[in-house]
Write a protein that binds this ligand. Structure first.
Ligand SMILES: Nc1ncnc2c1ncn2[C@@H]1O[C@H](COP(=O)(O)OP(=O)(O)OP(=O)(O)O)[C@@H](O)[C@H]1O
Ligand SMILES: [Mg+2]
Length: 237
């Protein structure tokens, strides 16, 4: 069984081909990185996978079920969770309340204990009663990552969840990703931090101008001319 199977997925905005025919598979328990220049279509791909916006064409299979054109709430119910590149917590609610608000139907009974588990795992129990508006940017990303865990998704899409996050908080996020992977979860991770990509991603998909231009291990990606030219750059000589 594959966690995610994407076939010839396309989405345009006016004349811009944001996602221009993308196909790939993700196996259960894999951690796959997505890298690429700004505007290469990474977040749009996540918006398509999560049902936030519909594709122009192509198909998406989630845990062997066709979910193409299904609304976001149904895709979420079928086990996909995603974070947003720009976290938008409910700023007038506390950290704990923000977590509880991310739980939905059928999960109320377990939500409280789940929130406590997430708070502890992300080491934010001490700020559980603080208003989200008082959090630092890094803490907001941690909360965004916490919110996605409330529904116990099988497949988790992280959109630059460590951007601007200090090294200690980043370690906490990484530790939690690994824990969840051990418990059978699958990850698709958009990242600009290549050190992080090298550390946790077993496979990397490189996007440029809405297309997948390369796929491979970190070492293969780092050696590929096209990737180096389009994205990584060459060291100064
Ligand atoms: N809702 C939208 N309406 C119009 N254009 C959009 C919309 N969303 C994305 N785009 C365009 O689609 C292209 C891909 O954007 P996207 O946000 O997916 O890139 P990205 O790879 O996530 O970039 P970054 O690394 O900066 O986050 C860009 O040209 C962007 O301007
Ligand atoms: Mg983006």
């Amino acid at each position: 069984m594959s966690a995610l199977a994407v076939s010839d997925l396309k989405r345009s905005f006016g004349g811009i081909k944001a996602v221009a025919g993308v196909s790939f598979d993700v196996g259960v328990k894999e951690i796959v990185g997505i890298i690429g220049p700004n505007g290469s279509g990474k977040s749009t791909l996540f918006n398509l996978l999560s049902g936030t916006i519909p594709p122009s064409s192509g198909t998406i299979r989630l845990l062997d079920k066709d979910v193409t054109h299904q609304p976001a709430y149904r895709i979420a119910r079928q086990g996909l969770g995603r974070t947003f590149q720009i976290p938008t917590p409910f700023i007038n609610m506390t950290v704990r309340e923000n977590l509880l608000a991310a739980a939905v139907e059928g999960e109320w009974r377990s939500a409280r204990s789940r929130a406590e588990e997430v708070l502890a795992a992300l080491e934010i129990s001490h700020i559980a009663d603080d208003l989200a508006s008082t959090l630092s940017g890094g803490q907001q990303r941690l909360l965004e990552f916490g919110r996605v865990q409330m529904r116990d998704p099988q497949i988790i899409l992280l959109d630059e969840v460590t951007a601007g996050v200090n090294p200690r908080l980043r370690q906490i996020i990484l530790g939690r990703v690994r824990d969840l992977q051990e418990r059978g979860k699958t990850f698709l991770v958009i990242e600009h931090d290549m050190e992080l990509v090298r550390t946790i991603c077993e496979r990397i998909i490189v996007m440029d101008a809405g297309e997948i231009v390369f796929e491979g291990t970190f070492e293969e990606v780092a050696r590929n001319e096209r990737v180096v030219d389009a994205y990584l750059g060459r060291p100064e000589t």
